[in-house]
Write a protein that binds this ligand. Structure first.
Ligand code: FAD
Length: 320
């Protein structure tokens, strides 16, 4: 058993970002564990999706063709099982996405492997692999070890691991799977778009986020206007969304969205609970405004002020 197998994801004809992030995680881990990095691509026509996966550090791309036009958990699980028997990896990485979650546990059971879900850190330890995930509503970090397990299946959290930079020339190996004969196949009926609030926190580069510190529903409009005038996307903490002051699509955090592409995050009247930090603490520049000098948001802020959020808004509005 050696090396790492990544199972790539794609949707509507495009390779998903998580695939490149999984490859990044695999390449980083391989620096310490050694062994090849292989990527499994299960698709109707894998050739059409190869290019974004031909990244630096990938040794081999295993392809399974004729898998149907849409993702099928049973077929992907069967293909991942086949690939695991073919290359005997030590670690199998899947996305912690609705696709990955739908077959990861089944794959682990079939392989008799170790298993960890929603992993955000990976490193070799004295007893083999160590994988870190959150626990108790993200209040603590739990480090998992897998003693005695020759292979471990992990689903990795999105927007957490950096994709490799630059292209590569991995070898291509075709695996044969009769997808039509896989039991438990599902039928794709249609894609249903989630109701949109016209906001995409994951793509936004500049976010102005409001929390319970804005105090009342009627104050939301003022901060929404401020965000618009600044050219920022409006984000919020969970109580603001839960109270119905803003659509859930604005919520940043564990049960909201990760500000994956954000360069500047302004947190107004947000205390900085771990679940909120989950969605934004990685942002390079964070400005926090909170009247409580001991609020945990200041632990991750690059700039902070204990101004009242309304005084802060007054001051910015005067400059515009
Ligand atoms: C399983 C689980 C998942 C969760 N997921 C999320 C999530 O995805 N996102 C999320 O945000 N939360 C999430 N939460 C909730 C989280 O634990 C916190 O309760 C929440 O983030 C607090 O929101 P807040 O900072 O707006 O409110 P509070 O914690 O009430 O903080 C308000 C802050 O505003 C400051 N303030 C008050 N008045 C002013 C003023 N006039 N000017 C300046 N500052 C002022 C206060 O000092 C305080 O620090 C989750 C919780 C659980 C258990």
């Amino acid at each position: 058993m050696s090396g790492i197998l990544v199972v790539a994801e794609h949707l509507r004809g495009a390779v998903s970002d998580i695939s490149r992030e999984l490859i990044g995680a695999a390449c980083r881990l391989r620096e310490q564990t050694g062994g090849p990095v292989r990527v499994l691509l299960v698709a109707d026509d894998p050739a059409a999706l190869l290019a974004p996966l031909q990244l630096a550090g990938v040794d081999e791309i295993l392809t399974v063709a004729g898998a149907g036009a849409h993702f099928d958990p049973a077929v992907t699980e069967a293909a991942a099982h086949l690939a695991a028997l073919h290359c005997e990896p030590e670690v199998i990485l899947l996305g912690h996405t609705s696709c990955g979650m739908s077959y990861a546990a089944a794959l682990a059971v079939r392989l008799g492997s170790g298993f960890g879900a929603d992993i955000f850190d990976l490193e070799p330890g004295p007893q083999g692999l160590r994988a870190t995930r959150g626990g108790y509503g993200a209040k603590v970090n739990i480090v998992l070890e897998f003693p005695g397990k020759p292979v471990v299946v992990l689903t990795l959290r999105g927007a957490t691991f950096k994709p490799p930079e630059g292209g590569g020339t991995p070898a291509l190996v075709a695996l044969a799977l009769d997808a039509a004969a896989v039991p438990g196949r599902s039928e794709h009926l249609a894609f249903t778009e989630a109701p949109s609030a016209g906001v995409d926190i994951g793509k936004a580069e500049y976010i102005l986020s409001i929390g319970r510190g804005i105090q009342e529903d009627k104050n939301v409009a003022r901060f929404a206007q401020l965000a618009e005038r600044l050219g920022f996307t409006l984000g919020c903490s969970r109580p603001v969304a839960d109270s119905g002051w803003l659509h859930k699509a604005h919520q940043v955090g564990l049960t909201g969205k990760v500000a994956a592409n954000c360069k500047l995050y302004v947190a107004l009247g947000i205390s900085g609970a771990v679940q909120h930090l989950h969605g934004m603490k990685h942002v390079e520049t964070i400005i926090a405004v909170n009247t409580d000098a001991h609020a945990p948001i200041f632990n991750v802020a690059s700039h902070g002020s204990t101004l009242d959020v309304f005084e802060f808004a007054d001051a910015i509005e005067k400059l515009l």
